[in-house]
Design a binder for this molecule. Sequence first.
Ligand code: PLP
Length: 431
Amino acid sequence: MAHEFSRAYARQMDVEDPLRGFRDRFIIPQHNGRPVLYLCGNSLGLQPKSVRPAILHELDHWAEEAVEGHFRGEMPWMPYHRFLQPQTAHIAGATEEEVVVMNTLTTNLHLLMVSFYQPTPSRFKIIMEAGAFPSDQYAVESQVKFHGYDPAEAIVEVAPREGEEALHTEDILQAIENQGEQTALVLFSGVQYFTGQFFDLEAITHQGHAAGAYVGFDLAHAAGNVALNLHEWGPDFATWCSYKYLNSGPGGPSGVFVHERHAYAPELPRFAGWWGHDEDERFLMRKGFKPMRGAAGWQLSNAQIFSFAAHKASLDLFVEAGMDNLRRKSEQLTGYLAWIIQHLNEAHGHRFRIITPADPARRGCQLSLLTGPEGKGLFDYLSRRGVMADWREYNLPGGKAGGVIRLAPVPLYNTFEEVWELGSLLAHAPD
Ligand SMILES: *Cc1c(COP(=O)(O)O)cnc(C)c1O
């Protein structure tokens, strides 16, 4: 698409943006009396203005009703998880029964692996992307050891080709085919946290199932970022956190998807708790676990109301804006940033190397810029001018020190003018 690198052009894009009003629903931190240029929604989303009243509402409910708060009011605490199911289903592209909010992400990865990683001596391998988020690596490694297998043998990592950072879908599918019937679980991220690559989740699911394996996804960087269609794509499970693109605040709760085909599967091994037990009998305090239908049957404990209230306030904004609309704007916003960087590269000898796939269908909103050791200087220059982004040290092939600057323009609260501003800072960055 042909763009223009000018403030006036970017402003016009904002004027034409049907979602422009949502920025005003967020609190934007200040830097030297101006709003910061916040490009870190991939790490911690900004605070929706509706979060504070939502938490205050629950504090009042507690003050006024005490234990009766479980049963009284518009949103009694007892069935509270249900008040988040419709919005979560919207984010995940799932039915309400297929989703639930509970615990935190790494906890849920473990709980889901208890059900969906059932290794046997002939089928014990887990296939995942190389360089997965460390918490996922630790979770997988410890699960493999827990079952008495050797991580070096059981964990198969799909690595990029020589000199590349993103993965080819065909290489992922080939790796699954190569392991064949030894594969117990295929576990990939949805959007890779480092490169920003959006994997072909449908193709991976089909190939994993063709090998007779379970398939699960960590959607920490995908939820609220790309349009998901989990019900149709058909993985067995997925889980994600809510404090990144979903703006639910630090340590916010995690979302879980379990496909309908496992909606009632009492024979699946699981670590159970009373909140996953059949609601009608929960308070009979009887022996013998009987799971609720759907993802709710994986719940352990009663809901953490304050963090759920914040999460609900934020999720409601996503439903109001609509994931498809957000994704449409996101492709334009990130497309504009990619175009500007390309434009600067043509003018200034290819300074900025984007390792995120160029195809909008294969990325979310984040672009990752790979730099040499001078990248930290560039990052600090941007920070001093009010840009909040993210810097990660990274060893380049050959062991040379470098880093990645991750830039995530978020369609709910970032503007085209901000993208232009970032571009003009990059254009004037010292070498
Ligand atoms: C952010 C992130 C996590 C963090 O896990 P928590 O349990 O929420 O602390 C884990 N995995 C991935 C892929 C992430 O992006």
